[in-house]
Write a protein of this length. Sequence first.
Length: 480
Amino acid sequence: MSADATRWAWALLCVGLWLSLWLLPWRQRQRQRQRIRPTRGSDAPPLLVAFASQSGEGAQWAERTARLLAAQGRAVRLLPLDRVQAAELDRAGEVLLIASTTGAGDAPDNAAGFETRLMRTPHAWPQLRYGLLARGDRSYAHFCAFGQRLDAWLRASGATPAFERMEVDGDDRLMLNRWLREAARLAGAEDPAPSAPDAPEAVDAGEEAAPAALSAPQPWRLLQRQVLNAGSPGAPVHHLVLQPLETGVQWQAGDVARLHLPAQNGEPAAWREYSLASLPREDPESPDSRAEFLLREVRRPDGSRGRGSGWLCHALPLGGTVQLQLRRNPGFHAPEPEVPLVLIGNGTGLAGLVAHIQQREHASKAGRRVGPIWLLHGERSRAFDTHWRAKLQTWRAQGLLHRLDQAFSRDADAHARYVQDLIAPAAQRLHHWVADGAALYVCGQRQGMAQGVDDALAQVLGREALDALQAAGRYRRDLY
Ligand SMILES: Cc1cc2nc3c(=O)[nH]c(=O)nc-3n(C[C@H](O)[C@H](O)[C@H](O)COP(=O)(O)OP(=O)(O)OC[C@H]3O[C@@H](n4cnc5c(N)ncnc54)[C@H](O)[C@@H]3O)c2cc1C
Ligand SMILES: Cc1cc2nc3c(=O)[nH]c(=O)nc-3n(C[C@H](O)[C@H](O)[C@H](O)COP(=O)(O)O)c2cc1C
């Protein structure tokens, strides 16, 4: 190459470099502007983003969706499904719905009222366009069942899906990005996804990451196991203490542990969830952090032991290890420590309630003002089934546990049979507690107890008042 040609080549290269250095930030600024440019006139009515979520993950996805749309200039109204009225849908042009499934194909608590109130019959909403994200877990028999019912009902009501229902198993980021892109398009964004739409980082752009719902599996050792109710007419209840082999584990009252069951006798490996009945040591690096559980032995109709409870209560030797994941369960996290708490549950549901008492104990020790706690618990027999009697008595004596009411279903002299039967006789007290701002937390059996307690609470407080408490996050349940 001649000297002239080389000079020209260098000059071109420099101009190219300068242009690309200048253009790159300009393009970025342009993208940013595109991203936050109001997508419709600021007079566009707020777009309803409604969610049905039991343990809070769906609610977090809904919040994320709302934040993204707000950043694009669209006014958004974010509501749990139970707070959505038919009149609002009569007027709405578009709606975005995130619907998780719980129980055995059931609606989450913050959508159960919506299902009974509105979804019994089709409405007439030919003007309504909607986007629906159904969330679930394929290991359950009724995958995304509530989301599917919601979809079928909206279609029957004449509403038009803006895109086919999305069904998500777990925390699928790719699907979340797809959802965000479709949601933005439905909201009227001109360029819903200026950056690479399927890039995993698109979800996190400009946002702080939400804490993971599930921790990575870690090995824990079985330190103690003890039957608490020998002689009871009910199935044995075991108190288990597990210790993490790694440090740094963290959780809070309301969270749940998933325990891994190894493959055995031709059955594949599986997971079972158990309420954490204790809190970690304040110092997460402390080697003596431990988790306590209450496990009821389960018998199958053929007399064989339940897979998880059988393995954990019998086969796993003391000192043996089990893989454990911690699952954040924001739907059952505590209110502020000064809020009065009414804790209601039966059987091993006590575990999830006791964690809340312990959290208050910690708050009190840390110098916080703590509200009173009233515990209502149901079991089989007073003589054998008062689990953690000493612990509860100590909390009573300390004034932390303001009141303790127990119901026993198998005692001959039992005045009240089940925990729900304690509620009507305490109607006046319950009214006072609720007037004082109490939150109602229910933990334990879904079948029988949960409905019984819900009916009794509705009878005392009124169904509307109970719905309002639920909508305000003051009536929360963790059921199984
Ligand atoms: C959020 C959450 C918190 C929980 N907290 C607790 C807790 O604190 N304490 C507690 O004890 N439990 C708790 N559970 C319940 C727990 O996860 C397990 O469901 C329970 O231990 C029973 O599991 P298992 O493997 O022993 O029984 P499984 O083997 O799963 O059997 C359970 C039932 O399923 C039926 N079944 C399943 N397989 C068969 C089969 N092959 N043949 C016949 N029938 C069958 C039977 O009706 C049987 O009664 C919780 C559950 C959830 C979701
Ligand atoms: C007790 C329990 C029951 C569940 N039942 C179902 C079910 O029947 N069908 C399903 O698809 N997913 C089921 N799931 C999975 C949840 O839908 C899934 O974990 C989801 O991420 C929870 O979202 P949320 O936090 O918004 O409630 C169940 C989960 C739990 C803990």
